[in-house]
Design a protein. Structure first.
Length: 312
């Protein structure tokens, strides 16, 4: 029983862990995808709102005003900084914190310069996860450069780790709760009935149970086993009664014929031979009464004498 409980608990733990793992993977994937889409949308909206001011300052050659504009908008949430490039890819204006990290032009900015269209990408910048949105700048129908917004994407990884941690703790709590419930179910629904059945069969084997209480204990969960156990108990009781009766008759010097003794006696006398019985009529009469058929045993000494032998 302990082995059964251990196997059941281990199987439940493995099952719950796998289900939790699959659920966590899906939840993290959905959350990560949603947060990336939200960051990309906010970055695009902010870039479009800044593009007008940057295009005006850059088109008029007001580089000092452009630098102040870049610095003023650099304190947004999750925004690491802004960079403005000319058509040749040279940096015109950049925020102070972002300047050392943008010495090399990101490929997304090069693509925006070549294609003159908005480009976005998630990548690593100085070993930090970032999102870069590159927006082309046009002034009076003339391409004058690219505005690049660099957003910190590290919070997405932190949020994913938080989801993993919470899922692990939840799975651990589920495993403990399910293990306790399983132990209670095994103890009340399986171990208890099996123990009562074992006690009942021990009493039956040792002859301490009266025939009036031969019924098997309630085993709703093991109904097929209960039926077989009841049949076995009835057969054992009949065999014990016959053995006791035979012992009593032998002790008093009497003889008592049973079906089993008769079968053994017939086999002992006939061996491998055959017994043929010839009669002028059938041993039973079948009388039809409406839709039923009654079996009638006619008064005959031949039938009375030989029917038990033939049955044996």
């Amino acid at each position: 029983m302990r082995l059964l409980s251990a196997r059941l608990i281990i199987a439940l733990i493995v099952g719950v862990t796998l289900v939790s793992l699959c659920s966590s993977v899906y939840q993290v994937w959905v959350s990560k995808r949603s947060m990336r889409a939200d960051l990309q949308k906010r970055s695009e909206v902010l870039a479009e709102s800044l593009a007008g001011n940057v295009e005006r300052d850059l088109g008029r050659g007001m580089l000092h005003t452009l630098q102040r504009t870049v610095e003023r908008f650099a304190n947004r949430e999750n925004l690491m900084g802004l960079v403005v490039y000319d058509p040749q890819g040279r940096i015109i204006a950049v925020t102070q914190q972002l300047g050392p990290r943008m010495q090399d032009m990101p490929p997304v900015v090069s693509e925006a310069l070549k294609q003159n269209r908005e480009e976005t990408v998630f990548q690593r910048l100085a070993d930090e996860p970032v999102h870069i949105c590159a927006v082309p700048l046009n002034y009076q129908d003339k391409f004058i450069g690219v505005l690049a917004l660099v957003n910190d994407a590290g919070y997405i990884r932190a949020e994913s780790l938080r989801i993993w941690r919470e899922t692990f703790l939840s799975a651990l709590a589920y495993v403990v709760l399910i293990a306790l419930i399983t132990l209670l179910i095994v103890r009340w629904s399986i171990k208890g009935p099996i123990a009562r059945t074992a006690h009942w069969m021990r009493a039956l084997r040792t002859g301490r149970m009266p025939s009036s209480r031969i019924g098997v204990p309630d085993l709703e969960l093991f109904r097929p086993l209960a039926r077989e156990a009841t049949t076995f108990a009835e057969s054992l009781t009949i065999a014990r009664s016959a053995a006791e009766r035979e012992a009593q008759l032998r002790a008093t010097g009497q003889s008592f014929w049973t079906a089993e003794r008769l079968a053994l006696d017939v086999r002992a006398h006939l061996g491998a031979g055959r017994l043929y019985v010839v009669s002028n009529r059938e041993p039973y009469m079948h009388v039809r009464r409406g839709r039923t058929v009654d079996v009638v045993v006619p008064p005959s000494g031949l039938i009375t004498a030989l029917e038990p032998v033939l049955r044996a």
